[in-house]
Write a protein that binds this ligand. Structure first.
Ligand SMILES: *Cc1c(COP(=O)(O)O)cnc(C)c1O
Length: 387
């Protein structure tokens, strides 16, 4: 059997850490109770485990446990934040501000809200991928109810200045939401210091299980009102009904705990690996780094390659490495990434891009192999083209 390619797509998802799996397993079998069953020990056990997990997750972002609403992941959290705020505050205004480089789990709910009569401003970003604070200030109107700007970009890894944005929103009395799916466990997040009112989280980008996430919803200064989008048993203080998945929630908390316990050393390790990769790729001409060189996630490297076809490049690499490209196939055609286009790239450079997502299980020897193979592939594609 041939070996599977080296996994370098950690911005898409990550494997479950064995320690996370160990923490989860008893809650599938022995402690299987429904946390809403208040009449017997099976329910109490599940409830206690969820309570502890909620405390860990809240503490990780300097929130209180009552401010954590469990969801199925960041997509649902983003939908709940945007639609839930829009529905609760539409009497105060119908204008929302976001950016052009958000994940589709923000952009699509925004497009949906436009069909209901909300107005959305999509802020451009600077060529390094960071929002222009002056543009944000100009975009704010008396009827702006919400600003939603992601913490870390899933394609180019760029970190947005959350504290600065939060300060502006706070002084203007506008709610501030961030999509923190790529940021939690990778950079310090503090809902107080950053003036965050809502934040979407997910477990599967930090070695936790897929299908579990949370929305942080501020309860004091101000108390955020949110219209539920799922109605049922009134779980999660009425904001999100549905039986809580104890194993998923326990795994989520373990994943955050593990990530935070090694955040500094792991970031240092990833930066060193990324530098090895970057240095080898820089021996070629016509390689462009996408996104700010330092204000970015440690594990993310996104480059555009001049003079090669994007599809040919990905095809050339895929037997050796699992990476992502800046173009996505929709049902009919290949579209260049909206994020790379927002940086001002030509279609060619947006198509011919590679996202390397390094993670906890990436080794130095893998990075050397990947770097050498990528350099050779680009060289031979360029040679064929110039013949
Ligand atoms: C992965 C991701 C999402 C979607 O999260 P799910 O938990 O898979 O629904 C949303 N936003 C960003 C920035 C992401 O990276």
């Amino acid at each position: 059997m041939s070996q599977r390619p080296i996994y370098l797509d950690c911005n898409a998802t990550t494997p479950i850490d064995p320690q996370v799996l160990d923490a989860m397993l008893p809650y599938f079998t022995e402690y299987f109770g429904n946390a809403a069953s208040i009449n017997h020990i099976y329910g109490w056990e599940a409830e206690a485990a969820i309570k502890q997990a909620r405390e860990i997750i809240a503490q990780a972002i300097h929130a209180t446990p009552e401010e954590i609403v469990f969801t199925s992941g960041a997509t649902e959290s983003n939908n709940l934040a945007l639609k839930g705020v829009a529905e609760a505050y539409f009497n105060q205004g119908r204008h929302i501000i976001t950016t052009l480089t958000e994940h589709n789990a923000i952009l699509d709910p925004c497009h949906y809200l436009e069909t209901l009569g909300f107005e959305i401003t999509y802020l451009p970003v600077k060529p390094d991928g960071i929002v222009d604070i002056a543009e944000l200030k100009t975009a704010i109107r008396p009827d702006t109810i919400l600003v939603s700007i992601m913490a870390a970009n899933n394609e180019i890894g760029v970190l947005q200045p959350l504290a600065e944005i939060g300060e502006i929103c706070h002084t203007q009395g506008i709610l501030f939401h961030t999509d923190g799916a790529q940021a939690v466990g990778k950079i310090p997040l503090d809902v107080q210091q950053m003036n965050l009112d809502l934040m979407s989280l997910t477990a599967h980008k930090i070695y936790g299980p897929k299908g579990i996430g949370a929305l942080y919803v501020r309860r004091r200064h101000p108390r955020v009102k949110l219209a539920a989008q799922l109605h049922g048993g009134g779980h999660e203080r009425g904001m999100r009904s549905g039986t809580l998945s104890t194993p998923q929630i326990v795994g989520f908390a373990k994943a955050i705990e593990l990530a935070l316990s090694q955040i500094r050393s792991e970031n240092q390790r990833l930066i060193l690996l990324r530098e090895i990769l970057c240095k080898k790729l820089s021996t070629l001409d016509g390689i462009y780094l996408n996104g700010h060189p330092t204000q970015r996630l440690a594990g993310n490297l996104n480059i555009s390659v001049e003079g090669v076809d994007g599809q040919a490049l990905l095809l050339g690499l895929q037997s050796i490495m699992a990476v992502s490209s800046g173009s996505a196939c929709t049902s009919t055609k290949i579209e260049p990434s909206h994020v790379l286009k927002a940086l001002g790239h030509s279609d060619q450079l947006a198509y011919a891009s590679i996202r390397f997502g390094l993670g906890r299980f990436t080794t130095e020897s893998e990075i050397h192999q990947v770097a050498d193979y990528t350099v050779n592939t680009i060289q031979s594609l360029r040679r064929i083209k110039s013949r």
